[in-house]
Design a protein around this ligand. Structure first.
Ligand SMILES: Cc1ncc(COP(=O)(O)O)c(C=O)c1O
Length: 486
């Protein structure tokens, strides 16, 4: 029976003929053992008989048997022959029959929650998917040229891991931009280049908090932040958001925060701007609790109307705000470059831990990006896309006008790539989103971003990705769906 199985295996189409014969014989016999074609404790035919049955040389058979003995599949007893080991793993067929009694390995409870709750991917149908920029308009040729140049120039250190917090000229370019346009108080040495906001959040959670510590998070919230904190074992304390931003007065002070995560310039997803009073209140509360504030300024490059909004970090007098931004929106998401600005005292520990935990690299791409910024292309791309997105935003606002009322109002349209339509409590935002999906449109239900709140209904609508023609076609469909379903 063993010989029959092995010779069929050796003759099977696709048997790897590049390998030596004794290697192929070893693999066929190993398979026979693992699949239970011979039982533990069985005595094998002699090498001479096997060689005869398989029409192979005895040397080939002995080489395969020796290898299987060395690896513990077979046991050789002097003067008695070769036996199948008693300790072979259970054959796969038999394993299936015992699986109901045995404990199958599974995801951890945390893994279950990470792979299931607060997902962005549900109903991922375009147009109107929030958070997505139109990178089809990105100056690709120019970018390719810069990248090629830096790859050509790359010397050995550029291909190594980066120990310095990122490519120096890029850190300087980011610092100059943030100082001028976002009123962030910083030196270039405080900028740490990361693979985007997600990694910036993870680093902060890993280095500023311990497992079981509490993070205050906006409710509704950015799902990416929720996941980063869940993954690092933090306790989420949901603090409601109103028209002025996060409302610290509604937080439970017994849930003492170690971290507070906020999106002050364009709350994600409602789009509200945090008022100055709230900013001061939040800084005061953070001071009282000895907490760090994580400011996620994810889409401030695109502001269309209303007064300019500066960073919360700019108001911080005692270095408790860590500021983060991303190149996902102006460049393209797959560039995977973002930045984290840390207080001076944290620069060295963050650089060291970032190196140990993440092994950062990609210096040639960072060099190309630094030059893209230095040569003015970054500012030009922002100007051009602000114009494009501004037109799309205006078209969407016009299309939604017919469904607006005292109860149906828009927030967050002054900045970014999405806006939020608030519905009265009776409006079933998930049902509207499902109906929209059936027509090929993504409207994200606001309630899906909520952690604790049950009183929030609305639709988060992105216009960054949708061309004008699509907005003109589908915008009125959205308005009709909203009017018909509240
Ligand atoms: C609130 C918020 N922060 C950050 C990001 C982007 O993060 P990343 O740099 O990880 O792409 C997004 C993307 O949609 C976002 O909505």
């Amino acid at each position: 029976m063993l010989s029959e199985f092995v010779s069929t295996q050796l003759a099977a189409p696709g048997a790897n003929n590049r390998h030596s014969l004794h290697r192929r014989l070893y693999e066929a016999m190993r398979r026979a053992l693992l699949e239970g074609h011979v039982a533990p404790g069985d005595r094998l035919p002699s090498s001479r008989d096997l060689a005869h049955d398989l029409a192979l040389s005895r040397n080939t058979v002995v080489a395969a048997l020796t290898q299987l003995t060395v690896e513990g599949y077979l046991v050789s007893r002097v003067g008695s022959g070769t036996y199948v080991s008693e300790h072979l793993p259970r054959p796969s067929r038999a394993r299936r029959t015992v699986s109901s009694a045995a404990q199958a390995p599974r995801l951890s409870p945390r893994g279950e929650r990470l792979s299931r709750d607060y997902c962005a991917s549900e109903l991922e149908v375009q147009p109107f998917t929030p958070g997505i920029a139109d990178f089809s308009a990105f100056p690709l040729k120019l970018w390719q040229r810069l990248q090629n140049k830096h790859w050509r120039w790359s010397y050995a250190e550029m291909l190594d891991y980066s120990t310095s917090g990122g490519y120096g000229p890029l850190r300087r370019a980011v610092a100059d931009y943030l100082r001028v346009f976002r009123a962030v108080q910083l030196d270039a040495e405080q900028v740490i280049i990361t693979t985007g906001t997600q990694q910036s959040l993870e680093l902060c959670a890993q280095l500023l908090a311990d497992h079981g510590d509490t993070v205050w998070i906006e409710d509704p919230a950015y799902w990416g932040a929720v996941k980063a904190f869940m993954a690092t074992g933090l306790k989420l304390h949901a603090v409601p958001v109103d028209a002025e931003g996060i409302a610290p007065a509604a937080a439970d002070d017994k849930a003492k925060p170690r971290l507070i995560y906020v999106t002050p310039s364009h709350q994600y997803p409602t789009g509200g701007v945090m008022s100055l009073t709230r900013r001061q209140l939040l800084l005061d509360r953070a001071r009282a609790h000895g907490a760090w504030i994580l400011e996620d300024d994810y889409d401030s490059e695109f502001r269309y109307g209303g007064p300019p909004v500066s960073s919360l970090e700019g108001l911080d007098k005692d270095e408790r705000v860590l500021y983060m931004g991303t190149f996902s929106k102006v460049m393209y998401p797959g560039i995977k470059i973002g930045y984290l600005v840390v207080p001076k005292a944290l620069v060295e520990p963050f650089k060291q831990a970032h190196y140990d935990l993440n092994r950062p690299g990609q210096l040639p791409v960072q060099a190309a990006l630094a030059e893209f910024i230095e040569q003015g292309h970054f500012a030009a791309t922002i100007r051009k896309m602000r114009q494009t997105y501004g037109e799309r935003r205006a078209a969407l606002l016009a299309a939604l006008k017919p469904c607006l009322s005292r109860e149906v109002v828009i927030s967050g349209a002054e900045q970014g790539l999405h806006l939020c339509v608030h519905l009265p409590a009776r409006g079933d935002d998930r049902a509207i989103a499902r109906k929209a999906a059936a027509q090929g449109i993504t409207l994200r239900p606001l309630s899906a971003y909520c952690l604790q709140r049950r009183d929030v209904r609305g639709l988060v609508i992105g216009y960054g990705y949708a061309p004008l023609k699509a907005i003109e076609e589908y915008g009125p469909v959205c308005a009709d769906l909203i009017s018909a379903n509240i």
